[in-house]
Design a protein around this ligand. Structure first.
Ligand code: SF4
Length: 493
């Protein structure tokens, strides 16, 4: 750790606030960030996989507090990431949801309850003296820096001078979800085939109660007005604290929505950190009119340890799948022969289903559907290295971590363009093709980071969809540099 300068010499070196010894990539991001902090409102830091974002963010927070007198909030999108933050910095204050705190009265009760389960006591809005959850809430309002999930941050309005956002590429979907509408299954029993805008519209138009149900009438008006373009997704969400099935209507364009994460006058500066973040995210978050600085940090993992081989077997778009899928199946069979290690094949559900038929008799392959996804993924994670299981995965481009022997190779079988059959996506592709392309690039770059997690790890990625050629040529500037540098050209093999 560098020695801290005395106060009269001006701010101390930001690296002196780093816990331990920073990696070169962390030093780069912190030095660049230190320089930019006083000049900009939004600092966007592209930090590739393995950079150690949590430590970088924590160092910014300590520096901001001690040297600039600024309070800060560090927010993460998931409880899993919150676990990591707490494991790394057990002394830093954090606030989680009520379920994470044991009710302090449990010794007087017949069973151990968490604060959420025991919250009946708070009907009159009075929590017990010594309630661990309320203690953590109160502390959150006074500490100079702390870590929260997006939800606890918003629920308690823990706005601070500076907001540091980890995995900031997930901020846009989160804000879309918050601005979205919900149609609850327990209220409307929509059939299972309603899973897109067109099908929802058809179902609402023919609903027998449309003439008398004002909510359905409003929904129809909203769907047909064309003012807000919605993505329609099936899923679950909390309804009065209970997880319930619903249809989510997510507005694709939220640029002009109220800035709920950084309300005016309450949050002065924003630091966005992610392996996949660029000017398109800043535009879509409605932050592009502010003073913005972009910092692109180099990957701490040598590109030779994470090569991305572009090995096109054919165009994987729906139109060309009949001729491409048998070629893809042969490619996968050949790879299974060559590679005894565990691996993963990224393919959307419809494609995975067809591959299952073409690849019968390959015992190493594990397929899943929407219902058994997490069970099959767990079985894959728990399987032995010697068994060399290969997961055919749909929608697992991010959020999983296949360190070391947990995953040594992967195939990205299709450029994950969003479905143009959805009117909101078609509108985006037409009015803002860069954003449409960026969403696909982002997923591919995220996927490439799944199997090589640290500077001592390695893993090989194969892109087999020939459509990638056009994407990388037309939108070269959008490719994260750490991703582009790992692509191995034909003549380099
Ligand atoms: S307010 Fe009291 S009963 Fe409710 S969770 Fe807290 S300690 Fe338990």
């Amino acid at each position: 750790m560098a020695a801290r300068k005395k106060a009269q010499d001006g701010p101390a070196d930001i690296l002196s606030y780093f816990p331990g010894t920073p990696r070169a990539v962390q030093e780069f991001a912190l030095r660049q960030g230190e320089d930019a902090l006083s000049k900009v409102d939004v600092l966007v830091i592209e930090l590739p996989t393995g950079s150690g974002k949590t430590r970088t963010g924590y160092t910014f927070q300590r520096y901001l507090h001690k040297e600039l007198g600024l309070k800060s909030a560090y927010i993460v999108p998931t409880n899993i990431l919150m676990d990591q933050v707490q494991a790394d910095f057990p002394k830093m204050h954090s606030l989680r949801n009520m379920q994470s705190y044991d009710c302090s009265l449990y010794e007087e009760q017949t069973q151990k309850l968490n604060c959420f389960e025991a919250r009946a006591c708070s009907k009159d809005k009075k929590f017990c003296k010594g309630c661990p959850y309320m203690g953590a809430v109160r502390k959150s309002h006074v500490v100079p820096y702390a870590a929260y999930t997006y939800h606890t941050y918003l629920a308690h309005r823990l706005y601070r001078d500076v907001l540091v956002i980890d995995e900031a590429h997930l901020t846009l979907p989160l804000l879309r979800s918050m601005a979205g509408k919900r149609l609850w299954y327990h209220q409307y029993q929509f059939p299972s085939w309603v899973n897109s805008y067109g099908k929802l519209l058809r179902w609402v138009e023919k609903h027998p109660k449309l003439k008398t149900d004002s909510k359905l009438q409003m929904l129809l008006k909203e769907l047909t007005s064309g003012k807000t373009r919605y993505l329609v997704q099936r899923g679950t969400d909390l309804y009065h604290g209970r997880e319930e099935e619903c249809l989510k209507l997510l507005p694709i364009d939220i640029r002009d929505n109220p800035p709920i994460l950084w309300p005016g006058g309450k949050v002065k500066k924003i630091i966005l950190m992610s392996a996949t973040i660029n000017r398109k995210d800043v535009e879509q978050l409605g932050l592009d009119k502010r003073r913005v600085r972009f910092i692109s940090a180099p990957s701490p993992i040598p590109k030779e340890q994470r090569p991305i081989f572009f090995t096109p077997v054919g165009n994987a778009s729906f139109k060309h799948q009949e001729e491409t899928l048998p070629l893809l199946a042969s490619f996968i069979r050949a790879k299974l022969q060559e590679r005894p290690e565990k691996g993963i094949i990224h393919a959307p559900y419809s494609m995975a289903e067809k591959l299952r038929d073409l690849l019968t008799g390959e015992p190493r392959l594990l397929f899943h559907n929407q219902e058994n996804k997490s069970e099959v993924y767990q079985a894959f994670r728990n399987s032995s290295v010697e068994g060399g299981s290969v997961l055919v995965a749909s929608g697992l481009y991010e959020g999983i971590s296949l360190d070391y022997d947990a995953g040594r190779w992967q195939v990205i079988a299709k450029v994950p363009y969003a479905n143009l059959a959805e009117p909101a996506i078609a509108w985006q592709a037409e009015t803002d093709p860069e954003s449409y392309a960026w969403e696909a690039i982002k997923l591919m770059a995220q996927a490439s980071g799944r199997i090589c997690r640290t500077p001592t790890d390695w893993g090989h990625t194969f892109i087999t969809d020939s459509a990638f050629e056009r994407l990388r040529t037309d939108y070269q500037e959008l490719l994260p540099s750490w991703f582009a540098e790992a692509i191995v050209e034909e003549d380099e093999r």
